[in-house]
Design a protein around this ligand. Sequence first.
Ligand code: TIU
Length: 225
Amino acid sequence: MEVAARPYPYTLVPGHTALVVIDMQRDFIEVGGFGDSLGNDVKRLEAIVPTTAALIDTFRQQGWLVVHTREAHKPDLSDCPPSKIARGNPSLHIGEVGAMGRLLIAGEPGNQIVPALAPIAGEIVIDKPGKGMFWATGIHETLQARGITHLLFAGVTTEVCVQTSMREANDRGYECLLIEDATESYFAHFKAATIEMIAAQGGIVGWVAPLSALTWALAKEPAHV
Ligand code: TIU
């Protein structure tokens, strides 16, 4: 199935394509979380929740795999390098108690995916200690076992965890498409730059397209898994 995209049409292979929703957790999207502790205006990120929900719904309707990630550390912080805890001189450090529990710690209220995008049975949820989804998660083996070769990306933030994950996926041979209205950054110019650099040089990291391009492709050519 062809999806209109930049720098040229993206060939989506039904049955071998998964959606990866990166870190749509309260830690980044709500006041009092990790993103806020770093001094960011978190309100920008909430705006993509409806588009991301529609994208997830599209995958569910097709019966295609959805993978959710969370940036999360073990309660004893054994998977969090001291350099990451110290970085940025934040108002609260990873593991310290904030308005939604301990920052970036698995199981805490702030570490939950926002209710509008909550995973359902049959979807994969991974906790990742890094910015990228492949470091120390085992997700590559899980995707390979399911025959996944194509990944669509959504989530936050565009230039940090989304871009890192997409580059990691690209290096592992996945054909990657970023859904540009289902990703956001605390910095508008970083989102724009990331989109440009992904699609530059003939799609050096992958493709970019709005959700409407996927919707159009499915309307034109209904897919069967
Ligand atoms: N700070 C920032 O922009 N992002 C992160 O720390 N993590 C993710 O992007 N998920």
